[in-house]
Ligand binder design. Sequence first.
Ligand SMILES: [Zn+2]
Length: 165
Amino acid sequence: MAEFLGATVAIAPNDPEHLGFLQAAGGGRFVLQRCAECSKLRYPVGNACPFCTALGWEWAEVSGRGTIYSYEVVMHPIHPSFRDQVPYAIVLVELDEQRGVPTEHDGLRVLSMLVDAEDRPESMERVAIGLRVEAAFTPLGDGLALPRFRLSDEPPEHAPWSLKG
Ligand SMILES: [Zn+2]
């Protein structure tokens, strides 16, 4: 049985999209859906293209590298299993793939937790917009894993900004 922080990860039998996403991560691959019609990658996982509404798609592996576009700090656990995780940062990462698509203001942005080398929530003092990140995969059991992000050793994309205080 797949678990995250001690809580069961239940995937509906009619949800092959989320199952495939987590199975690929279990194999160390960060995949997103590529539309069969317009060829755009998309996130979050879903059954129709948000750009052209087509239903056809295939998995496409992405680098998992990107820049923190924005973030939020969770102070109150949303579930008892998150009690010893707070505070933790949820980062909106703009992946290196498909930047500036479909307009110059858009990008392929993915939400997940920011973790450290021990797979624990990264220190709040180290979180900032503009920092470079890479994918990290947290095993869930049953061959599944959850893609998360950790800070990479690349220089920041621009002067880092963070909310202090
Ligand atoms: Zn499309």
